[in-house]
Design a protein around this ligand. Structure first.
Ligand code: 13P
Ligand code: SF4
Length: 356
């Protein structure tokens, strides 16, 4: 049995290697392991990593792709922790999921922990005794919260299927408790016609029992600093600079920004929007810089600009150096292991979403 170790500190020998050699060494490993190794890359990864990934996608696509990798013994996830955890939850027992830097977390996911969510759930369900309430966790969350949803008839969602999940939930339940991203929750509920009066931000001290009882959707108070950097002023300024511009933003942006834009969508949906736009279009995008820059390079016949530059430092923690280091230590280094009990319950919530 190989010894597994969690280590965020890249050894010096891997810092010294230049990108050309790193790339060659990574390609050699890919050839050596062939279908036994799959490298997944989220759209926010730097170009050099995306170039070497076997499969790329948004959170939902990567979840689906990870679940289909039955031949692979090793899944190396170039993304952030919650994504690698989801891959581990959906993988077979004999498959090993690794992340090149275990410190690549997601500050949005960290807004909610199991103790806080259980406390809020207890209060809400005590107050709304005659209502059926469903917990929905955005996939950007700790595995324990997915397990919580699995145990309470709940479900996960991503930014590309949130509308579908919320619609499904409202057909079966009276009320939604949505965590941890308030903006995705609010944008999705509003787009479905739920009035702002019926959308409540969870704040245990300042809410009356009547308010909690009357709400259709209760939102956790979390947000992504990368996407809340966009403001309605950025939208106005871009429109005055480029009168023909189309603006698309990620739904982790505030409702004011989404309302002022032409469209909103997951990273996969943003890529599709750019692809479908006619040549000569000017498109301003409100999402992470690495993806916006890549789209700009991929579509020279369109003018692709950032709404404003906004960067996810956690996604950027993955690089060719730690990817090469991981591939040299397949099966042992920075293995992502969700405990069996959490895996079991979290899988229920994830599979409920994947079945929709
Ligand atoms: P997507 O599901 O749109 O790829 O979003 C993931 C994410 O972390 C956005 O900040
Ligand atoms: Fe998390 Fe925001 Fe980075 Fe996405 S962009 S991984 S939500 S911090």
């Amino acid at each position: 049995m190989m010894k597994k170790k969690m280590n965020p500190i890249l050894p010096d020998e891997y810092r010294m290697i230049d990108d050309f050699e790193l790339k060659n060494r990574i390609i050699e490993k890919k050839e050596q392991y062939s279908s036994r190794l799959v490298i997944l890359g989220h759209h926010y990864q730097r170009d050099s990593v995306i170039e070497l990934a076997d499969l790329t996608g948004d959170s939902l696509e990567l979840c689906q792709k990870a679940a289909r990798q039955r031949k692979a013994d090793f899944i190396v996830f170039c993304g952030v922790q919650f994504m690698a955890e989801s891959a581990d939850i959906l993988s077979e027992e004999n498959q090993i999921v690794q992340i090149p830097d275990p410190l690549a977390g997601c500050p949005l996911a960290d807004f909610a922990n199991i103790e806080g969510v259980e406390y809020a759930w207890q209060k809400i369900t005590d107050i709304c005794k005659d209502q059926k309430i469903i917990p929905i966790t955005y996939i950007n969350s700790d595995a324990e919260l997915k397990a919580f949803c699995g145990r309470h008839e709940g479900i996960t969602c991503t930014s590309s299927n949130a509308a579908k999940v919320v619609k499904w939930a409202l057909e079966r339940f009276d009320k939604i408790f949505f965590f941890p991203d308030q903006h995705l929750g609010r944008n999705t509920a509003s787009a479905m016609g739920i009035s702002s009066k019926q959308i409540l931000l969870w704040n245990e001290d300042n809410l009356s029992d009547e308010e909690i009882d009357g709400a259709k959707v209760i939102l956790w108070n979390g947000y992504c600093h990368v996407h809340t950097a966009f403001t309605p002023e950025h939208v106005q300024k871009t429109r005055s600079q480029f009168p023909d511009v189309k603006i698309i933003v990620h739904p982790e942006s505030s409702k004011e920004v989404v309302d002022a834009s032409d469209a909103s969508g997951s990273t996969g949906q943003i890529i599709q929007y750019v692809e479908n736009a006619p040549a000569g279009s000017t498109i301003a995008i409100g999402t992470e810089t690495n993806l916006v820059n890549r789209l700009n390079q991929m579509y020279p016949d369109k003018k692709i600009i950032p709404l404003v530059r906004s960067f996810c430092p956690n996604m950027f923690k993955i690089n060719l150096n730690n990817l090469c280091w991981t591939l040299d230590n397949l099966g042992t280094l920075n293995v992502v292991e969700v405990s069996d009990a959490i895996k079991h319950d979290a899988k229920i919530a994830l599979n409920r979403m994947l079945a929709l």
